[in-house]
Design a protein around this ligand. Sequence first.
Ligand code: SF4
Length: 460
Amino acid sequence: MLLRHTTAEVKERSALTINPAKTCQPIGAMYAALGVHNCLPHSHGSQGCCAYHRSALTKHYKEPVMAGSSSFTEGAAVFGGQANLLQAITNMFALYNPDVIAIHTTCLSETIGDDIVQIVAKAREEGKVPPGKYLIHANTPSYIGSHVTGFSNMVKGMVTYLSEATGRRRNQVNIIPGWVEPSDMRELRRLSRAMGINCNIFPDTSDVMDAPQTGRHEFYPRGGAPVAEIRHSGDSRSTLALGPTASEAAALALQEKCEVRSEVLELPIGLLATDRLINAMRHRSGIRVPGFITDERGRLVDMIADMHQYFYRKRVALFGDPDHLVSLAEFLVTLDMRPVYIVTGTPGKRFETRVREALGDSVPEAQIRQGAQADTFLLHQWIKREGVDLLIGNTYGKYIARDEDIPFVRFGFPIIDRVGHSYFPTVGYLGAMRLAERILGVFMDRQDRDAPEEAFELTM
Ligand code: SF4
């Protein structure tokens, strides 16, 4: 009973978060930056922040994460970090030769009030940025937002600094994939190509955060969106932004800067959300949906029908990131399950409205909470008052699952006590099949565990 102090009685809190359902903004900024080819993320703050952000990503993706730090000490904390950042820029271009340095701020540098736009301009004026190289930045103080808003801010920074319109439209569609796994980004590319879309995906962490083992260390793995392609995003015909919280800001910035029409969709997790993505792609390419995509959908529908009896009316608690939760809730309803408790620590607009729209009128009793006090402590309290059949969330959910003896499916960020989540997509029809299979697996394991010997069945 590691969480034995959690009470069933819920008391409203206004100034205390217990076991947050989110993490630190710069982690998202760093993850987004790793989705640019030959990009070196840079943490403008103390070494401790940078070490934490790198290790958080490494623990989830099981890959090394390279990043620079402004290495603040007492002097920088008092006088500002400009001198450290200018020195860092010089050193990084000289030693590591990145195409881009993606600078994100931290709590400390934001509290001091370092003006990164001005420091970047100064670095350029002083010739610290070699020809053909770029600096981009995002403001990511972690006392506001979350890892998802940090991701969003950095992707918007890519547009602000890199995208440009030449006046010659390219027959391509930008896809801003949101915070999903590298395997999901690869799957989005596969689906786009199958649908006849010439896609320009950025950021793209496939072949960076899931790079194959070759026996040789690659400081810059072969993946990532090339800078030239991000620059060309301003000439694309349109943008599909997946997940409003993570991707809408960049899509709107591109629309404003380069007049690239954008459409924002929920993340394509589950049957209906994938249908909407395929439909949006179909409208853009003008081709019929290929038979093998229709077959993938058909297999998912068949699988749902086969599993339905085990899912029917199961109560589910979810926590994690807004874009994941909205689509996940919709998919659970498709499976005839009941997402009754949903919490996210990430702030932002319209979360509850989006979840209610995803649920339709099927789960009127659903409790939805967002913000600083929407933490896993509150979720646990709700579960104590009225239990659930399944918990879905990141690794930290294992404490609740253990204490309350609830089947648990790991989903979201971070997952630090398992391997494999970054290699298998959960977007698209194939991803939905995998998700449904994992959910069914924990129900069947529980049934086997609890069955008396005379009811211990060999077949489902
Ligand atoms: S919360 Fe702030 S101080 Fe802590 S690691 Fe994140 S950026 Fe650094």
